[in-house]
Design a binder for this molecule. Structure first.
Ligand code: AMP
Length: 211
């Protein structure tokens, strides 16, 4: 199955996408994780795109599309749970050229919940698992439950960068909703409870996908 998980930064895309892997049997592909990997490995590309990622602005469409194509090349037949892409209508059109999409899940989360969630988010440096100091803390402070990796706070989870990411989302990404709605591929998921159990939300997503 080819599923896109769409929503503003901090809407839980990564958390839900990773939990959908077992339910849907397709790999989780996160362009944000691919970007961070390039930066961490200090590749030529990583050096070029670091300024976008750390300031909360978007990597240009051509570059991010190339990164995604490289990742999809070997795996397209397994389907995907794609998260973080497309983020512009231009990217949505590029994705159409690469493959058809079965469904786009649109996560609706109020800004107040987003800011609160991102300011307390932690991620594992090794496996990318996501935690939240307040709502989803690790069993041992600072360590990943899965592999003991070090938990870090993303540089773009600072309040002023969060505000910029939300602005960019409204301007560049929100129009993607209309693009997919007009193609009857969009399904809405409402999530207004900041303490919602992620497994419950995942159940709701699976149910909605199968409807
Ligand atoms: P994320 O983890 O999805 O919030 O992505 C982190 C950062 O990576 C974003 O703020 C962008 O700078 C960059 N990025 C990830 N996916 C995309 C995309 N589809 N288009 C442009 N930039 C992206």
């Amino acid at each position: 199955m080819k599923v896109v998980i769409f929503g503003p930064p901090g809407s839980g895309k990564g958390t839900y996408a990773s939990r959908l892997v077992n339910k849907l049997g397709s790999p989780h592909i996160s362009t944000g994780d691919l970007v961070r990997e390039e930066i961490r490995n200090k590749t030529l590309l990583g050096k070029k795109i670091e300024k976008y990622s750390s300031s909360g602005t978007l990597v240009p469409d051509e570059i991010i599309t190339e990164i995604l194509k490289k990742r999809l090349a070997s795996e397209l037949s397994k389907g995907f749970i794609l998260e973080g892409y497309p983020r512009t209508v231009g990217q949505a059109k590029e994705l159409e050229k690469i493959t058809k999409v079965d469904v786009v899940m649109n996560l609706n989360v109020p800004d107040s919940v987003i800011v609160d969630r991102l300011s307390s988010r932690l991620q594992c440096r090794t496996c990318g698992a996501i935690y939240n100091e307040k709502t989803m803390p690790p069993k041992v402070a600072g360590k990943c439950d899965k592999d003991g990796g070090e938990l870090f706070r993303r540089v773009d989870d600072q309040p002023e960068v969060i505000r910029e990411r939300l602005r960019v989302y409204q301007e560049a990404s929100a129009p993607v909703i209309d693009f997919y709605r007009s193609k009857h591929l969009l399904k809405d998921i409402r999530n207004e409870d900041p303490n919602a159990d992620p497994d419950k939300v995942v159940e709701q997503i699976v149910k909605t996908i199968k409807q």
